[in-house]
Design a protein around this ligand. Sequence first.
Ligand code: NAP
Length: 498
Amino acid sequence: MAKVCLCLTGKTILKDLELVDRYRPYIDVAELRVDYLDPDERFHIRRFPALAGIPTILTVRRKIDGGNFVEGEGARIVLLAAGLAFADTDRRRNFAYVDLEEDLDVPSLEEAARTFGTKIIRSYHNFNGVDENLEQKLRSLRRAGDEIAKIAVMPHNHQEVARLYKAAESTKDIEKILIAMGPYGISTRILAERLGSHLSFTTPLAETEADSDLPVAGPGQLDPKTLVDTYRFRSLTRDTNVFGIIGYPLTATSSPQIHNKGYSRLKMDAVYIPFPVQDLPSFFSLADTLNIQGLSVTIPHKETVISYVTQRSPEIDRIGSCNTLVRTTQGWAGYNTDARGFSDSLLNFIGKQNLWYKRVTIIGAGGVAKAVAYEIHRLKGRALILNRTPLRAKEIAEPLNFAWAGLDARGMELIDHYRDIIIQTTSVGMEPHTDEDPIELYKFRGKEVVMDLIYKPEETKLLQRAAKAGCKTLNGYDMLLRQAKLQFSLFTGQEYPL
Ligand code: NAP
């Protein structure tokens, strides 16, 4: 089973030992990155495995391979030799692994490793892209059959990530570690078992001030707790069904927590992974390679993704926005669960079955605003749509017989005629821009029901102002949960477990 390895980039042995203790229940292996240790600390590396009490990798990574070691090659070899010296009869007190780069040609180090029961990881790093023939590279990397081949590459798109999965399929006979670094590679850190990777590297979360200057050894590494708890790394198999969310930049999503918790409670062999996607065609090639079964879709793809859909639910045609894709034998089926998630959340909040006689202001005219406007119309409410780009507001409003205007002084005046309920649907005020408010010129009377679809932060500046004026306020988390539960049922055919 693939192991979880914690990369230790502390300046002192003591700091690294503290990190091992902090994550001990979540990790199987530690990697001592000697290249990050202060020079004085290097005298003690030989004792590290015994002190840490966990199988440890000895690594002294050069700057050109993404590490921190700038001294000469001679000094590096001396450090590696010092780490491997003095055989201990109790092999647990020796380094379990040593990382030797493909171009490091020192037979005495290999001999020492073999004598002391230390497994050699033969590594190759490419920070500029993904090599064309990964299978051949994996086969030629090892100098002996008992070595682990490690390849870490930096993809520029998802099609390049797909090459790692294809190479893994044809090299099942080789002991290896395959990693796609950077934001596109997150799936390779979670799906290590599927790749046949011996282990997945992780990094500590900056939990204390003393952690804040800890460098991340490999771009894109997750922390061990997230990998094990959220993504259920230890229960994933080669055949795990993959689901996920696509969007960009996808920094503030809570969907992986919601969906993975559902799979866990139902004991399903499934995982939900965030895929930061800029280029849709390249992503769908990876989706086919991984046989991804279902996808949540978020900013900025909810409209463009419709061209990939072969069967669409009626709301997609009416709303023109799709946030859910389900793989079928005929291609992708598209749905919109934002609409129902929104209206269920609002109606539950105001304790009503419909919006008869309600006059509603919708701030924004993006993808989710379309779903909101559609639902307000379906529930017999009347609405005003205000948007920074007024023409987009007009496009949504006119077919529904709603009013529209810009986010300007006139728009603020018009709110007075539509202020039973105010729905904020833009991204203004979302983390990290928490001091922004799209209707800062509007003065709340205290009678409005105000819903902001943003859920990070929990209370936007707009909601704070509204609550202070006495309004009833609701953020977007309940809507997120409701739409995610609908997605969960579409993905799995099962109710989201309570
Ligand atoms: P979108 O299609 O990209 O639309 C963005 C909207 O925000 C547009 O109306 C845009 O106006 C407006 N906007 C962006 N920057 C602005 C600025 N500086 N000043 C004024 N207006 C600005 O995005 P979306 O999919 O509709 O999502 C919008 C928000 O809803 C996001 O914050 C998202 O997190 C949230 N959301 C929440 C849920 C949930 O379940 N709670 C579900 C979906 C979305 P222009 O037309 O002028 O560009």
